[in-house]
Design a protein around this ligand. Structure first.
Ligand code: FAD
Length: 306
């Protein structure tokens, strides 16, 4: 119930105003968000890379309803990619993009604007020698996002997809996207979805994750195992037994299980940290609270002790 309430609040403008106006929330947000500026994002990336981890950077923002804001997000990614190139970090850091931040949800021509904008970001990434992964948002956007992915892959074949194991359709999507060179991040899924399209029970989601991961690991693509769940990380090691360690990777979120992140990297495997930065942290932060009730207690305790 708490998860449902937090995920509903993540989409509520009123709740957003309330939480964003709480100045004391910021220090807690910093556990999950690298900072608000490009400089902080590059600093955190540099520290993680020096520690043997790789990075994917997310310029925070989603559900943009304004074309100018979508264009500003593209500029932010272009500036970020330039900075990664200049700091010699592009070999270890890519970017993650939410299509709803670059126009997908605009009422007029949203899909075309998102494709054009995502293409600009892919070009900027290719210019410095890195790539882009398209984050996956709620199920109403899945077909559109996979359509845009397929268009982008014509010119930028290394563009990554994200598939969510909680969706009933995902096993088939994994089959469709398991071909040679296809980079696919598999996660459980972070949105509130109806039973008609998504498994509701945690154990059903976990079983789906294993079925999907088996398909990806048996395929010729590049699976990206995005989970902090120790059981799934161990299962991934078993399923990857016949693979070279440079044909798949693990991914975890900034601020979540950093010891496990270091342990995976120390085994000689690729561990990529998803690093969000920017001012529009609200939706991202609320989804992180919803994933783990203990985070809510941590949040409330921090407010009470300040
Ligand atoms: P869980 O069962 O939720 O967690 C397992 C354990 O991990 C928990 O017991 C806890 O110890 C730890 N843990 C998990 N989450 C947290 C947290 N927030 N705070 C503290 N500890 C935690 N979802 C999407 O819908 N679309 C995306 O594009 C997307 N991209 C992602 C990219 C990456 C790199 C990662 C790691 C996740 C992404 N997610 C995305 C989120 C994902 O769908 C899950 O909601 C999230 O990863 C939690 O699931 P889990 O597999 O870690 O397992």
């Amino acid at each position: 119930m708490l998860r449902t309430a937090l995920l509903a609040a993540a989409r509520s403008p009123q709740a957003r105003q309330l939480v964003e106006r709480t100045p004391l929330a910021k220090p807690v947000v910093r556990r999950f968000v690298a900072g608000s500026s490009l400089r902080e994002a590059v600093e955190v990336t540099s520290t993680l890379v020096a520690d043997g981890r790789k990075v994917t950077l997310d310029h925070l923002g989603e559900d943009t309803t304004d074309a100018a804001q979508a264009a500003a997000t593209v500029h932010a990614y272009e500036g970020l990619l330039d900075a990664l190139g200049a700091a010699d970090l592009a070999g270890s850091a890519e970017v993650s993009v939410k299509l709803s931040a670059v126009g997908q949800s605009l009422p007029k021509d949203g899909e075309k604007i998102a494709l054009d904008n995502a293409r600009l970001i892919c070009e900027a990434a290719a210019a410095v020698g890195t790539t882009v992964t398209l984050d996956m948002e709620d199920h109403t956007t899945t077909d559109s996002t996979l359509g845009i992915l397929s268009d982008l892959r014509v010119d930028f074949p290394s563009t990554g997809a994200v598939l969510q194991a909680y969706l009933r359709r995902t096993e088939q999507d994994c089959r469709d996207l398991s071909g040679a060179g296809s980079r696919v991040r598999l996660c459980k899924g972070a949105y509130k979805e109806p039973e008609s399209v998504a498994y509701q029970d945690k154990s059903e989601v976990d079983r789906s994750y294993v079925r999907c991961l088996r398909i990806l690991m048996d395929g010729a693509g590049y699976p990206m195992v995005a989970s902090h769940d120790p059981r799934l990380v161990a299962i991934a090691a078993d399923l990857a037994a016949g693979r070279r360690t440079d044909t798949y990777e693990h991914q975890m979120l900034y601020g979540v299980r950093p010891d496990a992140q270091r342990a995976i990297a120390a085994e000689g495997k690729t561990l990529r940290v998803y690093v969000p930065y920017g001012d529009q942290w609200y939706g991202y932060f609320m989804r992180r609270l919803a994933e783990r009730p203990a985070n809510v207690a941590f949040f409330l305790r921090s407010l009470a002790t300040r």
